[in-house]
Ligand binder design. Structure first.
Ligand code: FE2
Length: 441
């Protein structure tokens, strides 16, 4: 499967849109980083990263979706070291059959019934094509999130990360997110190429910047995208914005409730997470030449503008063809493979992704957003608050303005949490017993 046949009309970030009153502050953010790491190192990193992108973009443009590894659920407990290394380097993969097709389909029917019975009370966006339901505690979501197979996969994926400080663990926590039922036919432009987990804070928050130390130091090839010892301290929500998740998700993910082929309202990913995030981080420091923009050596390090292309502090980090040309997004943003009900797709929290604009299928494309969320001090705090809000009938703090779901027909509350103690632990019930988050051995 090649990349997009036709590039959608997504926003291009080709001219500075920094608010004038913030220009000086934004310039200062850049100056601080250059002061800390040195011009030469930033330039060295830029050239190395652009060079590395040449082979990556060549491979992606040739191989397309086949770069995305596909595994069966039965394989995940027995992955070789070499396989894990490959999955980590690419940073995204499909795990099939985490939920059986029959069970996933039954859960989809249950969800549709729940939505139709409560339709007048529900909120979904976008307004012209309601697809993403701000529902967090439907019986379907509860059943899927804490399904034994789901928690097992999440634990394994959390374990792809390492933490020398030993203040975290791969024990999965349940991050309650929304659910999508996207009808066919209507285009959806809302989620062009972007990276979640904050935007400007990757440069401005000292803890977050530390994650990318090797990149700014001139050694992007040494960047370890799976170091939880530093990542756990990154403040993804340093700037207020409804797009930012407070929790750290080792992998974002969704679980398919319906079968979906490419171009049927599915997902696009840009594999090889480490190089792409390095490029995105270095790009704001450079100004393109008038000609030959693909020649990275002709770009000049420029600290006299405050523009971070595609960066708006309240929103996720966006990328575009014009602002990030070396990514060759048109050729390298690839469709995920065909998904069956119960299959899952996972992508690293630093990975560029987009939602397909077109849905040319014949039926609804439905997914539950279910991520892998490890136990970290920040996550424990959030999950504890999420649980308190759940018990009080309120939506999670990352999704303000929702409805009280306890009034919905078919709402199960605590009774809807499956999988006994494991399911309840993922929801954080064990955390309510202690005033402070427990230290993880
Ligand atoms: Fe996203």
């Amino acid at each position: 499967m090649p990349a997009l046949a036709e590039w959608p009309d997504w926003p291009e970030f080709i001219a500075s849109d920094v608010p004038p009153h913030e220009e000086e502050q934004y310039k200062e953010y850049k100056r601080q980083i250059v002061k800390e790491y040195g011009e030469e190192n930033i330039r060295k990193a830029w050239l190395k990263t652009c060079e590395d992108l040449k082979s990556i973009t060549l491979e992606l443009s040739k191989r397309g979706s086949s770069v995305i590894p596909e595994l069966q659920f039965s394989e995940v407990q027995d992955l070789s070291e070499e396989k894990v290394k490959e999955l980590k380097r690419i940073g995204c993969f499909v795990i099939r059959g985490v939920i059986s097709p029959a069970e996933a389909t039954a859960q989809f029917e249950r969800l549709k019934q729940y939505v139709s019975e409560n339709g007048d009370s529900l909120y979904a966006w976008p307004a012209n094509n309601p697809s993403v339901y701000r529902l967090f505690w439907s019986p379907t979501q509860q059943a899927l999130r804490a399904h034994p197979n789901q928690l097992l996969v999440q634990r394994i994926l959390n374990g792809f990360w390492h933490d020398a400080t030993q203040t975290t663990s791969p024990d999965p926590l349940t991050y309650a997110d929304a659910v999508r039922i996207r009808p066919p036919g209507k285009p959806f432009y809302g989620l062009g190429p972007h990276i979640d987990a904050g935007s400007l804070c990757r440069w401005t928050d000292a803890g977050y910047r530390k994650v990318y130390d090797s990149i700014f130091s001139g050694f992007p090839e040494e960047f370890d995208a799976y170091n939880l010892a530093t990542r756990k301290d990154a403040d993804q929500a340093a700037f207020e914005g409804s797009a930012h998740s407070t929790v750290f998700r080792s992998f974002q993910g969704w679980t398919a409730l319906t079968g979906t082929r490419p171009r049927e309202g599915s997902l696009l990913l840009y594999p090889y997470v480490g190089t792409v995030i390095a490029y995105m981080l270095l790009r704001p420091f450079f100004t393109p030449p008038k000609e030959d923009i693909m020649d990275a050596s002709r770009w000049t390090l420029d600290l006299d503008n405050g523009w971070f292309p595609g960066t708006h502090k309240e929103d996720s980090q966006y990328l575009s063809r014009g602002s990030h040309p070396h990514l060759r997004l048109e050729e390298c943003l690839v469709h995920i493979p065909e998904m069956d009900p119960g299959d899952t797709i996972w992508w690293h929290c630093d990975m560029c992704h987009a939602v397909e604009v077109e849905h040319s299928g014949q039926h609804d494309a439905s997914v539950a957003y279910i991520a892998a969320t490890p136990t970290t001090p920040v996550n424990v705090r959030y999950i504890k608050s999420q649980l308190e809000r759940f018990l009080a009938g309120m939506p999670p703090a990352d999704f303000p303005g929702g409805i009280n779901e306890t009034n919905l027909k078919g709402y199960l509350g605590e009774r809807g949490i499956p999988n006994g103690k494991a399911g309840r632990d993922a929801m954080g019930f064990h955390l309510l017993k202690t005033p402070e988050a427990p230290t993880v051995a």
